[in-house]
Each structure stands twice: as C-alpha cells, then as structure tokens.
Ligand binder design. Sequence first.
Ligand code: FHN
Length: 422
Amino acid sequence: MVDQNAIRESSGQRAGARGDPRLDWWRDARFGMFIHWGLYAIPAGEWKGEQIPGIGEWIMHRARIPVREYEPLAARFNPVRFDAAEWVSLARRAGQKYLIITSKHHDGFSMYDSKVTDYDIVDATPFGRDPIRELAAECQRQGIRLGFYYSQTQDWHHPDGDGNDWDYDESAKDFAGYLERYVKPQLRELLTSYGPVSVIWFDTPRRITTEQSQSLVDFVHHLQPACLVCGRVGNHLGDYASTRDNTIPADSLDLDWETPATINDTWGYKKNDHHWKSPRELIQKLVDVVSKGGNYLLNVGPTAEGVIPQPSVERLLAVGTWLETNGESIYGTGAGPVQGLHWCRATAKPGRTYLHVLDWPVGGDLRVPGLRSKVSRAYLLADPARGSLSVTAEPDALLIKGPARPPDPDDSVVVLESAAGG
Ligand code: FHN
C-alpha cells in the first residue's frame, strides 16, 4: 500500500518501483549519512544580530539576504578543521553505508571545484581545498559509497535559478537555459571528476517539467549508469522515492523509498539548535523505517570550521554501537511479517524474522499476533550463546518467553528462524 501522504510531492508511484538490481546495494545498506554543509554554517542561524527562524541552510531566503551581501561569506569560509578521514570514519562507525553531501544547495554555492562558476569553495574561499575530492578519496579508502545532493531547481544566487525574488524578477528568468547551461555542466563535472557516484540527490523540484526531470535522469544515467537518482528530481521520476522530511509512513510501502531526517531540527548548522533526538529515538526511527521497507538517511550539519557537532557524533556512535550487535537485523532486511504493533517492529530476510521489541513487556512474555509460519528456533540477537527461547503457538499469536528484563533498553532483537522464511 502506498502512503501518498508520506511520499506526496517528493515522489510517486514510478520512482521506487521495485526490482531494479542497480538498487541492490542501497536496499542492503538501509542507513546512510546526509551532510548539509555550506556557507550558511557561518551565520549559523543569525543575521545582523537577529535570530532567523527555521532551518539553517535557508537563512539567505528567510532573511531575504541580497546576493551582494551573502556572497562575501565565501571570503570568510575557512574550515581548517575539516578532516575527510574523520567524517567518513564517523559514518563507518555509525554503521552508515553511504554518505550524501551537498555539492550545491539552494544558496547556489558550489562546495567543489567547479569550472562553470567561480562561486565555489576552491575559487572563492581562503580554504582553497576541494572537500568533495577529499571525501571521494576517503570514501573509496574506507568502503563507503558517495552521493551528491544537488539543488536542481532552486538557486538563489543564479539569476535564472528558482527561488530568489528579492534580487531577480522571477518572470524574466530563463529556467530552461539555466538547466542546460549551468545545472547539466555542473552535473557533468560531479559525475566525471570524482569517481563512482552512487546517488544524485536532487531536491525541491517545484516548477521543473516532466521533460526536464526526465532529461536530468537520462543525463545522470548516461554519464554513470549505476548512479541512482533520488525521487526528488520531480514528476514521479527517479530510481527511488523519498518521503517528506522527517516523515515515516504509517505502513510498509511496496516501493524503494527512504526517509531523510535531521538529528536536531535543522539540516545546515545552527548554533542555537540544541533540540537533539536521543540515541533511543534515532535507533527506534531507524528500525521503524527499515521495518516498513525503507532507508534512513540521517543528517549532520558541520560547522563553518569543518567540525561535525559533538552531540551528533555521540548520537551516531551510540547508534553504531547498537548496530554492532544488531546489524544483522537491519542490513539486507526488508519489511517484516508483523506490522502495526506499537511495542514491536519486524524486519525480515529469507529464513529469519527479527522482532524489534521497543517496549519490553513486564515479565518478558512476548505475545506476537499475526505470525503464521513455523518458527524452528528463537533467540536474542544480543545473546552470544544464542540460547533458545521457548516458543508456543497460541490460537491467534505466537508466545515467546523472553527474560523478565529487557536485554537492550532501546530495542531488544529476537530472532525467529523458520524454514519458510516467515
Ligand atoms: O529545502 C530543502 C532543505 O533545505 C533540506 O535540504 C531538505 C533535506 O531533505 N530538503 C528540502 C526541503 O524538503
């Protein structure tokens, strides 16, 4: 069943239609790191002494900052503490299998060495390094797949890009020309200079036509056939569907889909956003997403110095610790046979169902309705001895006797082995 409310503008039926083997790695991965990094990390939510409400990377738009005032931020961008090895290693230790970074967000600033413009990190900043190149090398070295976020429609810096009506006359814009003469040449750079690119993560399609979306999909696939295109290319196209931000569908979806999500309330760094989700919330959201057949793309917003905020690091490492023990119940799994229970989620792969007990019942009796196939053995994934738990078939449920106290305070995983896979 397709939860159109969750998917809505982001993608539709065709994006994510199952079966394309190019997505096999992505279906196995289930957990990725999103990185929103750009000039907006300098104001970090504050402009001319005023707190600007909303997500940090939107500050130019929210405060109607003229291009001539925003541009000079580049001369101050010097993230000398940026360390590609550290970022990639964090993703790896968090159990994230791929990383998607903003190559150009809506503010129009290119975070790589573009020849199409001088408004990029190498030409316009004292930093003068290309972090995308450094990340590409590290991703190769550490075995993490790399993808690029690219804002195809909104560009508040380019006179023909969408969204900036305070500097430019929207009705006079040549959007088609911008796509051909700016977006595609930049995509060509990204897809020909940085090795294999696993995903191009387009965003906010807005006014883009079906033909234009299709031509971007074709352009990406022509340059790198294996590169996936996110459903936010628009008009129900792309290789997989993306839900609305921070939205987890109510039911499992028979699509390839993902939830992009924040750790606090912003994507780009904001110095006053301390609304951090707890490790428990993050683990349970990851599990919720995977139990409905999706991927969880969890964001970090590094500072203007190039540092991933410590609260993000701590939380990612906590999720990574949980995955060290419980990764088998996430990677390479899909939606499980039990849905709709408030205390439990289920993931599955052939021969195994993983019950994720989010709220351990008093006494440890796990009564799971809706499981029909024969369970040959049950055990706790966290139990190194894999001691069998007692399983009894009741008329409408399976009763598994677990320990009285939860083995894991956030999510205790019970493995059910069955010849039939259910
Ligand atoms: O407008 C963007 C926003 O800044 C951020 O990049 C998110 C990430 O999913 N996408 C858009 C809003 O949905």
